[in-house]
Design a binder for this molecule. Structure first.
Ligand SMILES: CC(C)(COP(=O)(O)OP(=O)(O)OC[C@H]1O[C@@H](n2cnc3c(N)ncnc32)[C@H](O)[C@@H]1OP(=O)(O)O)[C@@H](O)C(=O)NCCC(=O)NCCS
Length: 193
């Protein structure tokens, strides 16, 4: 099982493509913000952290085996402005399982861009990589994230109470998931997210 997308991956309003060092400033504009990182498992990033990550996992162009992740930058098709990124983790060949994550610049929020980009990544996960189940996990206070995955047709599977030490205090965790046949049915009902 591997994933080598033809770039850019196009949606009606967006283009998804690998991140490069040229994206450092645009990434810093949102990954460097405390409010954006509030429910993310990392502190706001500085330029050197972003550069180091672009030289490793954030710079990957393909998935060639389990344990790897592919992070795609999300650009507005009209202006080529980078507005966010979506990551697909490939957890297991045996269980055909993966996980999705996402972070967007607040200046591009509330227009459905995150849902449109995540839908394209779920297409890659199920159609191209051949996954059977994709999960999303989030801090239970992250209401915007919960609304996003619900709009994508993901089911709420679990609420883990006070289960993770998160930035200095115990946090509740919610788990969402979607199976390949559920995603295909969702896509038939909602051709656009
Ligand atoms: C999670 C996150 C990506 C959600 O962003 P978002 O802007 O709410 O999501 P979308 O871009 O899909 O926009 C959807 C919203 O736009 C609205 N909208 C407006 N115009 C729209 C359009 N043309 N099409 C679709 N939706 C539209 C929708 O109704 C929805 O609003 P609602 O959530 O109040 O119901 C964003 O909050 C974020 O980056 N947070 C910080 C990082 C983070 O916490 N990541 C998750 C870790 S688990």
């Amino acid at each position: 099982m591997d994933l080598r997308p033809n770039y850019p991956v196009s949606t009606p309003r967006l283009q998804l493509r690998p991140l490069t060092a040229n994206d450092t400033t645009a990434l810093l504009a949102y990954r460097g913000e405390a409010e954006v990182c509030r429910y993310l498992p990392f502190e706001p990033m500085d330029e050197s952290t972003i550069a180091a990550r672009l030289a490793s996992d954030l710079g990957r162009r393909e998935i060639t085996g389990e344990g790897q992740s592919l992070t795609l930058g999300v650009e507005l098709a009209d202006t080529a402005t980078l507005i966010g990124d979506v990551v697909l983790f490939f957890h297991s060949v045996r269980h055909a399982g993966g996980e999705i994550g996402y972070v967007f610049n607040p200046t591009a929020a509330h227009r459905g861009y995150a849902a449109e980009a995540c839908a394209a990544v779920l297409d890659l996960a199920f159609d191209d990589l051949g996954l059977r189940r994709v999960t999303a996990r989030m801090d239970s206070r992250n209401a915007a994230s919960a609304r996003l995955v619900t709009r994508l047709g993901m089911r709420h599977e679990a609420h883990h109470r006070s289960s993770e030490m998160f930035k200095g205090s115990w946090a509740d965790l919610d788990i969402y998931a979607i199976l390949d046949e559920e995603w295909r049915a969702h896509r038939r009902r909602h051709p656009q997210p």
